[in-house]
Design a binder for this molecule. Structure first.
Ligand code: C5P
Length: 231
């Protein structure tokens, strides 16, 4: 059996990380969270005192980024220069700053190069470290990083559903105050990210899964059905 590469893109709050991870787990594939790479790069710049508006310095810091990222979906881990940063990269200060780093085109070149290397390593049946193939998720995987993936999915959801999900993740509730507290950040981040990558409309050949009215299990099942059909 040859290796399977599944690419999943979507906006924040679409559920793509948790869904992609579960799909990888069920299929016995590796899992690459590319958003975690941009977050780790942002953490590293802040940690080492690189000014985020100094584009050349940020690009150099990311080229030197000592990142170790695990691709086992049962235990993904992100370590920077020996420090585990799995929790730190989810902090609000990182979410607020990550688009500034991700819109730096030299940063994108460097991280895309690393993403392609990770995908190729896992897709090469002779060197896989966790299953035959990989599920890679982010904003530009179906279009730029792995446009020739076997399966390409755009996971979308209505703005209302995305805000409610993010509010539950961050505040543990989707009441009006919690949704309001996440609104600015989610929508601004998507708007900023959209200036360099297109992830709101499916590119040619990419299958859209709309999770607005689906729960987690149903969304996983919908993505698995696409894999079944196309893969
Ligand atoms: O998916 P997540 O919210 O963790 O992504 C964090 C940020 O990383 C996004 O807001 C975006 O700025 C950046 N990103 C990107 N391209 C990707 C994945 C993430 O620009 N493929």
């Amino acid at each position: 059996m040859s290796a399977l590469v599944v690419a999943v893109d979507g906006p924040s709050g679409s559920g793509k990380s948790s869904v992609s991870r579960e799909v990888a787990r069920r299929l016995g594939l590796a899992y690459l969270d590319t958003g975690a790479m941009y977050r780790a790069a942002t953490w590293w710049c802040l940690h080492t005192g690189v000014a985020l508006d100094d584009r050349a310095a940020v690009a150099q810091a990311v080229r030197d980024l000592p990142l170790d990222q695990g691709v086992n979906p049962d235990a993904p881990h992100v370590v920077v220069d020996g420090t585990p940063v799995d929790d730190a990269i989810r902090e609000t200060r990182i979410s607020a700053a990550v688009s500034a780093v991700a819109t730096n085109l030299d940063v994108r070149d460097e991280l895309r190069r690393r993403q392609r290397a990770a995908i190729t390593e896992q897709a090469d049946a002779s060197s896989f470290s966790h299953g035959r193939g990989i599920v890679a998720e982010g904003r530009d995987i179906t279009t730029v990083v792995a446009p020739d993936a076997d399966v390409r999915v755009l996971l979308t959801a209505s703005e209302e559903a995305r805000l409610a999900r993010r509010a539950r993740d961050v505040h543990g509730s989707d009441d009006a105050a919690s949704v309001d507290a996440t609104r600015d950040q989610v929508l601004r981040r998507d708007a900023d990210d959209s200036t360099v990558v297109q992830f709101h409309v499916a590119a040619d050949g990419v299958v859209t899964v709309d999770s607005s009215d689906l729960d987690f299990e149903q969304t996983v099942a919908a993505v698995l059905a696409v894999v079944e059909q196309v893969g």
